[in-house]
Ligand binder design. Structure first.
Ligand code: SF4
Length: 536
């Protein structure tokens, strides 16, 4: 499966057309991230003359005010077109802690809150055209359009499609023919759009790289893994312009240098090295050639193969932290889930990582379709022999979202379904043929214990119960807060957040400095202990 080169976004006459882009992401309350996809759409629309406003309801207001805030904002903006970014419809981590009932799940469905946002938007802009898109939309396009009560969606890169759609709305032209456009009720296959910006993405300055600054180097994935939302994009994928990717990285590095921090980037690609590693190698070589490497570190998802010595050298030279999707060390399980890797590749990968001293983490998922305790124990044995220089994390169970291949397997194996009745956006149903996922997690903790580089499932509360202070920090900085309020509502809260306190204080300090508020940073006490960013 080769990558295409995407066509550039064409301009249209949208002079003065009002567009609202809604970051429909309730998880902003706990894990605020920049709406990168919407920044790309806004850049494309503004380049054609549209007046674009991004509304991020669950960041701009506390959870219980988000819907009302969106209604108010849309009444003020009176948009002709409202786009919703479905970044996540579920948190997708089946078991985050060993505490809790065996058959329960920590996966958090978000679709009801997203529907609440769509309804709130209707109250604010009853005559506007609504369209949805985003990373979660390919999961089950028709089901999501039905669930949200929206008639149009865009599959794939939305930046050219939204310009074309806006122009057709403005000129009352037929909508059929817009690249990647899905109509509710029409089940004809739609090929995802790939056209990409011909400029760098214009970002809002507010977001510090607390969870790293996202940069995409490509779109789509050529693979079809059983549990993955990207498996429904027909294998369509394309590489972005190398120069533009490097220019975007350079902008993050420049800003980071200005405030004296290392530029933290997350490559927001499905897998940085699929279907080949050529583009990843070119991007990393470009980082070296442009002199960014000393002031940069990056993370990104990579497949275990291809992972050549050349790629490993460049990962090391650019301070990369690859998060590598291993899933299982047993070929029958990898085949059953259409994973593009086999056991022999894992052994080659570990050898390359160790020889090049690459800091990395291998992610394993126990309980995929085809798993038995025999295969799970084989993967346990493999994980236990991974050298200590390579980190290993693991999880249990697969979230059964409608539309994904795993949902068809779960439908005929209901005895392996927990925490819900089966495929659902609203119940946190899990598939796990090893037994109740949380109980399995406790047993695997014992089986994998004693290895310093293998990280088990912790006990106690999920860390995401303590991270609401990050969104508060953004709101207060945006409002021009005074130091006393910052200390009371941010520093005091972060300081008493238990095990994540150090990380939270570093995060809010970075938010203050990124937004040119040295007075707030000065009032934020930091521990010398390292607190690496969290990406998942
Ligand atoms: S290779 Fe990765 S991104 Fe692609 S379908 Fe599989 S899990 Fe998803």
């Amino acid at each position: 499966m080769r990558s295409q080169t995407p066509a550039p976004v064409m301009r249209a006459d949208l002079g003065g057309m009002r567009v609202a882009l809604v970051h429909a992401n309730p998880w902003q309350t706990w894990r605020p991230v920049p709406p990168y996809g919407l920044y790309r759409l806004r850049t494309a629309l503004e380049d054609s003359g549209a007046v674009v406003t991004i509304v991020d309801p669950y960041l701009e207001r506390p959870e219980d005010e988000a819907e009302g805030h969106l209604t108010t904002r849309l009444r003020e903006l009176a948009p002709d077109l409202v786009g919703f970014s479905l970044r996540v419809v579920d948190t997708l981590v089946p078991v985050e802690t060993t505490d809790g009932a065996d058959t329960s799940s920590d996966s958090t469905p978000l679709l009801r809150q997203i529907r609440g946002l769509v309804d709130a938007a209707r109250r604010g802009a009853p005559d506007a055209t609504f369209v949805v898109g985003g990373a979660a939309f390919p999961t089950a396009p028709q089901m999501l359009l039905d669930a949200l009560g929206v008639d149009l969606g865009i599959l794939g890169n939305g930046e050219a499609a939204v310009v074309d759609l806006a122009h057709r709305i403005r000129t009352s032209a037929p909508l059929s023919g817009v690249d990647g456009l899905v109509h509710r009720g029409c089940t004809l296959p739609v090929r995802p759009a790939t056209a990409a910006l011909a400029t760098t993405t214009r970002r809002d300055p507010l977001f510090a790289p607390v969870f790293s600054a996202p940069v995409r180097t490509r779109t789509g994935c050529g693979m079809f893994c059983s549990y993955c939302t990207s498996s429904n994009t027909s294998g369509v994928n394309a590489n972005y312009s190398l120069d533009l990717v490097l220019d975007e990285i350079g902008e993050v590095v420049d800003r980071s240098r200005e405030i004296g921090v290392v530029g933290d980037i997350h490559f927001a690609d499905e897998e940085l090295n699929l279907p080949t590693e050529d583009h990843a190698v070119a991007v990393l070589q470009g980082i070296v050639d442009r002199g960014y490497a000393p002031d940069l570190r990056w993370s990104g998802y990579l497949n275990p193969r291809p992972f050549s010595d050349r790629l490993a050298e460049l990962v090391k030279a650019t301070n990369g932290f690859p998060e590598i999707t291993v899933d299982s060390a047993v070929d029958s399980v990898l085949v059953a889930n259409r994973r593009p890797v086999r056991r022999r590749h894992l052994d080659q990968l570990v050898d390359v990582l160790v020889r090049h001293e690459v800091t990395s983490v291998l992610n394993i998922m126990f309980g995929m379709p085809g798993e038995t305790w025999e295969t799970a124990l084989e993967t346990v044995a493999w994980a236990r022999q991974v050298p200590e220089a390579v980190q290993v994390t693991w999880g249990v169970g697969v979230r059964i979202l409608p539309g994904l291949p795993v949902s068809r397997i779960a439908a005929v194996e209901p005895q392996h379904v927990y925490a819900g009745a089966g495929p659902s956006f609203e119940e946190p149903s899990l598939y796990c043929p090893l037994g109740p996922p949380r109980a399995v997690g406790r047993r695997l903790n014992e089986l994998l214990g004693g290895r310093p580089n293998v990280h088990g499932i912790p006990s106690g509360e999920s860390i995401w119960k303590s991270t609401g202070v990050i969104a508060v920090a953004y709101r207060l900085v945006a409002a021009g807060v005074d130091v006393d309020t910052w200390v009371r509502e941010v520093v005091d809260v972060a300081s008493t957040a238990g095990p994540v306190s150090t990380r939270l204080l570093k995060s809010v300090d970075l938010i203050a400095r990124w937004n040119d508020r040295p007075d707030l940073a000065e009032a934020t006490p930091l521990s010398p202990a390292p607190a690496p960013p969290v990406h998942r």
